[in-house]
Design a protein around this ligand. Structure first.
Ligand code: NAG
Ligand code: NAG
Ligand code: NAG
Ligand code: NAG
Ligand code: NAG
Ligand code: NAG
Ligand code: NAG
Length: 761
């Protein structure tokens, strides 16, 4: 979304007040749109048929004025709820002290993803949609939310990586499946709780890097990478989770702006994944006008017509409403094509109960009493504490009970709003690490030392003095939204400013020193990793309202950490090795490879890294098969019904034994490695994961790792996936602990057919 729009409209409180159409006494009463027995499409068509062409065109934009003459209220399609109901043009928070002045603020997705806990994501999304409905009932938010952001975090420089569940398409796919389930109130329920919106379709992961702006960037993406990396999260969202809407992106893919691309919006989205006419596509905000920047359209009427014809139903912006009239007159687009777009929108609103009697709808009864409940507060804490990831520990953590005096130093030590990251709302409270330490009974001092990105050493002396008199030093820093943000990529992944200098000086004191690294994108911790006086490193992402409590509960040993890095932490030299604009994943002469699957260098911390306060031993239980016949697998998958890529290959049972002295959660990660199928071969690929909870000291638990045919299959140049005969290895944990070899026998079998681009030569 356009950041400036937020500043102008979102934060000044000029948000829209919502109301519902009057199906009892208003002009729509007794018309088909108010007939609860008719289908959503029939109801929407009946409504649209009453619109004049001017009314039709005026309602093609996110800030749709409605049709006053029909009693159809104005409606803003643009609300936000990435990690809690969030400030946006469609959401208005009440002034402090009043009902609806805040909403539960969960951690940024990048941290929630690190928990590798599917149930957690569904529970979080259920709370978010409940609070969203309560806001809607108070006329303070819409029913449609431009969330989630599921573009894979391809390059560590991306300013919006914090919004995503990380770099692995399988992890993102599971995340989005559970998220949409919770947001929409089930998988394709008859009555939607809210309608989510998967964005940005497709290939969007550059803001503004070295003059390459998202508004005009043309992403060159191979069919193989499109099918196996960029689009699996969208397939999961659309085909499997049945999301209500999708947002096309600013950038072009292979020469065509996403919002004008019939290959993306018709062939893949609607024809291949079954995105039906109860669902709609919105442009990213002002992306239709950006067709000019792409030199795709000569003028705005042509841009508007191209957007509608390609299947972009809602214009987040005003290009449609201002130009479709002229486009119709110029015969660039037919009124019936605009009607089809609006039918999709209103069919979707119909499925949200917009035209139904409120008394019959449970969601219409939700109120302020359902916001910020004790359960929601607990879950915001749980989401943070489950995701926080311990990267290094020489034994100083958890702190010995003899340690009482803590020196908090650094630009995140007393972080409050900073902990929310972007796309945030107003939180009910924000507990900083420093405040949480005081609450936990420590004697804590607070000294900034330096800021996020400063060369000034004027604060160093005070920080060192404070450190000298403490039992343990807690340095809290890294990056924040002043370094990574919408419209702002990074040029470097080095710790900004002089933070590393200050940490080195603190380390030289030889005191126990814990470094808390915050931010969504990783910074290179190599200097801290190799410094023997840096006792521990912990990554906390953007942990939000209870972030400080979560951090302190891990530091003090109340909770054992179990989060795992959802991205690769690359060495700083990575940014010199490949331009951000190179979209390819596989290594080449000009690209060291991207993500843990393809990176040929040595990461500072690998994807999946995460330490615990106890020791777990893993073993495959039962007797996993060592050989599978491809034709037998395919036959069984076909018999099970549903998409073949989702058919079960096998479910591995893993015995997880806690050999240490404290109870802990544990995340089991399962990867597969093979040299079967098309070269080159990935280092390994995540195929399954499970989080086992609260395994007591000396106790065991079993994790079930379900692996699908799609995870074992490999994708060829044409984007289709096949099972290939050959040798495979299942690898458990990071670094790899247990392995299990198996063989696929029989002959190669294609399990998915990727649709070809009809425009391609
Ligand atoms: C709808 O139909 C009912 C029953 O025919 C009638 O009583 C009512 O007045 C109608 N309402 C409107 C707004 O036309
Ligand atoms: C459409 O919108 C324009 C601009 O806001 C307004 O002047 C016009 O009256 C609207 N037309 C209808 C039919 O609502
Ligand atoms: C389209 O043509 C109609 C009929 O000539 C005219 O009334 C209307 O103003 C035109 N609209 C635009 C936007 O050019
Ligand atoms: C605030 O919300 C509570 C809980 O729903 C309700 O009891 C109370 O009446 C509301 N206050 C106002 C001023 O609306
Ligand atoms: C910590 O931050 C809070 C919230 O911004 C502020 O009120 C408080 O004064 C800060 N504490 C110190 C010691 O600076
Ligand atoms: C810090 O110093 C470097 C080198 O002198 C300079 O390029 C950079 O802009 C400075 N950064 C800040 C935040 O002042
Ligand atoms: C580590 O601490 C000791 C003092 O305990 C000091 O002599 C040494 O120089 C420190 N090393 C580093 C790399 O800071």
């Amino acid at each position: 979304m356009l950041a400036t729009f937020f500043t102008i409209v979102g934060l000044t409180g000029a948000a829209h007040a919502y109301s519902f159409p009057d199906c009892v006494g208003g002009p729509l009463a007794n018309t088909t749109v108010c007939d609860t027995t008719a289908t959503a499409t029939a109801r929407a068509q009946a409504l649209i048929a009453m619109f004049t062409t001017d009314e039709l065109i005026n309602n093609t934009v996110n800030m749709s004025p409605g049709v006053p003459r029909l009693g159809l209220p104005a409606y803003n399609w643009w609300s936000e709820a990435l990690h809690g109901v969030a400030g946006s043009p469609g959401v208005s928070f009440a002034p402090a002290g009043q009902n609806f002045s805040f909403a539960t603020s969960f951690p940024e997705p990048i941290l929630m993803s690190a928990a590798f806990d599917d149930e957690l994501i569904k529970e979080v999304a259920t709370i978010i949609s409940t609070e969203a409905r309560a806001f809607n009932n108070a006329e303070r938010a819409g029913l449609d939310y431009f969330t989630p952001n599921i573009n894979p975090f391809r390059d560590p420089r991306w300013g919006r990586g914090q919004e995503t569940p990380g770099e692995d398409p399988f992890r993102i796919s599971q995340y989005v499946l559970n998220l949409i389930d919770g947001l929409q109130g089930g998988i394709n329920p008859p009555l939607f709780k809210i309608a989510a919106d998967c964005k940005h379709f497709a290939g969007y992961d550059i803001e503004n890097w070295m003059g390459n702006e998202r508004f005009s960037f043309n992403a060159i993406i191979s069919t193989q990478d499109l099918s196996s990396f960029y689009l699996p999260p969208f397939q999961s969202c659309v085909r499997d989770a049945r999301v209500g809407s999708v947002m096309c992106s600013y950038n072009a893919v292979n020469g065509i702006p996403s919002c004008a691309d019939t290959y993306l919006l018709q062939t893949i989205l609607r024809d291949h994944w079954g995105f039906d006419d109860n669902r709609w596509v919105t442009s990213d905000c002002d992306a239709i006008a950006n067709f000019i920047d792409h030199k795709f359209s000569p003028d705005l009427p042509h841009a508007a017509a191209s957007g509608i014809i390609a299947g972009t139903d809602v214009d987040c912006g005003t290009t449609y409403s201002n130009n479709l009239g002229a486009a119709v007159n110029m015969s660039l687009v037919k009124v019936s094509q605009i009607q089809a777009a609006l039918t999709r929108q209103y069919a979707s609103l119909t499925r949200l109960g917009y035209f139904d009697p409120p008394a019959s709808q449970p969601y219409r009864q939700l109120s302020w009493a359902d916001v910020n409940t004790p359960n929601a507060q607990k879950l915001a804490y749980t989401a943070a504490v489950e995701g926080i990831t311990l990267l290094k520990n020489n034994g100083v953590l958890p702190l010995a009970s003899s340690i009482k005096k803590l020196a908090f130093i650094g630009p995140w030590a007393n972080a409050t709003k900073q902990m929310q990251g972007n796309y945030q709302g107003t939180a009910p409270f924000l507990i900083s690490p420093f405040a949480a330490a005081q609450t936990a009974g420590f004697t804590a001092t607070l000294t900034a030392g330096t800021s996020i990105n400063s060369n000034s050493t004027s604060g160093f002396a005070a920080a060192i003095a404070a450190a000298k008199v403490a039992d343990t030093v807690i340095y809290a820093g890294g990056i924040d939204d002043s370094i990574e943000a919408e419209a702002m990529d990074r040029d470097t992944i080095v710790w900004p400013g002089n933070q590393l200098d200050l940490i080195a000086q603190l380390a030289a004191l030889g005191k126990p020193l814990v470094v808390l690294q915050f931010g969504g994108g990783q910074v290179d911790d190599a200097a801290l990793k190799s410094n023997p006086n840096v006792s521990a490193i912990m990554w906390g992402g953007y942990p939000s309202q209870s972030g400080g409590t979560a951090v302190m509960d891990i530091i003090s040993g109340k909770v054992s950490p179990a989060g795992r890095l959802p991205t690769t932490q690359y060495p700083a030299s990575y940014v010199d090795a490949v331009p951000m604009t190179d979209m390819s994943l596989r290594p080449s002469a000009t690209n060291p490879g991207r993500t843990y699957k393809w990176y040929t260098g040595t990461p500072t911390y690998e994807f999946g890294t995460g330490l615990s306060y106890t020791t777990f031993s893993l073993a495959l239980s039962g007797r996993p098969a060592s050989s599978y016949n491809i034709q037998t697998l395919v036959k069984a998958g076909q018999a099970a019904g549903g998409p073949l890529d989702l058919a079960v290959f096998d479910t591995f049972q893993v015995a997880v034994s806690n050999k240490g002295k404290v109870a802990s959660d544990y995340v089991v990660l399962g990867f597969v490695k093979t040299t079967a199928g098309p070269a080159p071969f990935p280092n390994k690929e995540l195929v399954s994961y499970a989080r086992v909870k609260g395994v007591g000291a000396g106790q065991s638990a079993t994790a079930s790792l379900k692996v699908t045919l799609g995870s074992i299959a490999r994708v060829g140049d044409d984007g289709s996936a096949s099972l290939y005969p050959g040798d495979y290895t299942l690898l458990l944990d990071v670094p790899t602990g247990v392995t299990h070899s198996f063989r696929l026998t029989g002959t190669q079998a294609q399990i998915t057919q990727w649709p070809a681009d009809p425009n391609a030569s």
